[in-house]
Design a binder for this molecule. Structure first.
Ligand code: FAD
Length: 385
């Protein structure tokens, strides 16, 4: 077991840190206030090689490991959770699904465009009546010659209306249960594919969370990525990487809040002393660091065990539960250390706290992760799963 980063990984972190300090940190508060990150900014991330890092070079990727991607995501999230989420979405999740389950034609067409930043990717799973119980989804796909006709509604889709591709999970030809679910790539401009309203949210405001509607949307069969009847567990395994990526965003946000609060507390004076001279502050800082270090080890372990975009389920769920709950604790503690200043929008810790709150929900709730972990502990399926 080696806890040291390789020289190449140290270089990757140093490069990311320099770029994030120059190109991300100065603008993060503005993007939060605007509730938008400009597309030319996102293009910089692709140009800097942050999209498709984990993909093979033949599709425009860099062939890096999941741990390498996690290091980049963590570093960026110290300054901007939304930018870090963009990197997650363009290395794991739907991108991993296309790499592992798509056709060679899809890999060449779609992944190459994603790595270049020419096309951005969303994941369309959640529906008004199917969140945690994903296998209850009712968005339907029916065969119609060389096309499928899609009907239904998706909710809480990150990037809805801002990204050209959405990997949509649908029920094919009315087959009930997990066996009827497959995934098809829907492209912007598809007839019958409608962007619904934005869902205003507590945090991660630089990206649009929204509704997608399909009204007889006509999608070519060539865009079917995962046919129905494929083992649902295998299909979802591509999201183990997404969980690790989301955990790294939570970790970076918490580390960013810790760094900021430490610098503030060490110069703030009350009762004629620095507040770091009070034992309460010292213990708070120590507890924050313990939380950060524990999360980091769990995330790195989950990422190190990953084969490119696929990670072991148990390790990724353990990391996600701990890191997402840790980030809420640590960003909240950072606000407390700044006193009233921490509650103000002129310091970044309130934004980091709001952003961190997303991760016990997005990408599968902490409760559903715990259920998955319990399945591993008990070694049998549970009724709710
Ligand atoms: C910021 C953000 C971004 C998101 N981005 C996307 C996206 O890009 N694409 C996408 O498809 N979805 C996305 N989601 C949706 C997300 O995946 C769902 O919110 C999540 O799966 C939970 O579903 P739900 O919100 O419907 O909650 P529900 O399933 O209604 O659950 C409500 C509560 O009940 C708990 N619960 C449910 N079932 C059980 C059970 N069996 N045992 C114990 N507790 C249970 C849940 O943990 C939760 O606390 C996003 C959500 C957020 C907040």
């Amino acid at each position: 077991m080696n806890f040291e980063l390789s020289p190449a990984q140290q270089q990757l972190v140093a490069d990311t840190r320099a770029f994030a300090l120059a190109e991300v940190a100065p603008y993060a508060a503005q993007w939060d206030a605007d509730e938008h990150i400009p597309r030319q900014q996102i293009q910089k991330y692709a140009d800097h090689g942050w999209f498709g890092m984990t993909l093979p070079p033949q599709y425009g990727g860099r062939g890096l490991t999941a741990l390498d991607a996690v290091l980049v995501i963590e570093e960026v999230a110290k300054h901007c959770g939304v930018s870090a989420r963009l990197i997650v979405d363009h290395n794991f999740g739907a991108v991993g699904t296309i790499l592992n389950f798509g056709t060679e034609e899809q890999r060449e067409r779609v992944l190459t465009a994603v790595c270049r930043g020419h096309k951005l990717m969303s994941i369309g799973m959640t529906e008004p009546e199917a969140g945690s119980a994903l296998t209850d989804l009712i968005t339907s796909a029916r065969e119609d010659g060389d096309y499928y006709r899609l009907n239904g509604e998706k909710r809480w889709i990150t990037g809805a209306g801002e990204r050209e591709y959405t990997l949509v999970y649908a029920r094919f030809d009315g087959v009930a249960g997990a066996n009827g679910i497959g995934a098809i790539l829907v492209e912007e401009g598809t007839p019958g594919y409608i962007y619904g309203p934005r869902i205003p949210s507590l945090g991660v405001r630089g990206v649009r969370e929204g509704v997608l509607r399909f009204e007889q949307a006509r999608v070519p069969k060539a865009n079917l990525v995962v046919p129905p009847g494929s083992a649902f567990g295998n299909l979802m395994s591509a999201y183990n990487g997404q969980r690790v990526g989301a955990s790294a965003v939570a970790l970076g946000l918490a580390q960013g809040a810790f760094d900021y609060a430490l610098a503030y507390a060490d110069q703030r004076q009350q009762f004629g002393k620095r507040i770091t001279d009070f034992q309460n502050t010292q213990f708070k800082l120590a507890d924050m660091l313990i939380n950060l270090e524990a999360a980091r080890l769990l995330i790195y372990r989950a990422a190190a065990g990953a084969k490119a975009t696929i990670t072991e389920r148990q390790a990724s769920s353990v990391a996600k539960v701990f890191a997402s709950e840790m980030a809420i604790r640590v960003t909240s503690a950072a606000i407390q250390l700044l006193g009233a200043e921490g509650y103000g929008r002129h310091h970044p810790v309130e934004r980091m706290f709001r952003d961190a709150r997303a991760f016990t929900l997005a990408g599968g709730s902490a409760e559903i992760q715990r259920l998955g972990i319990a399945v591993g502990v008990l070694k049998r399926p549970l009724p709710q799963t």
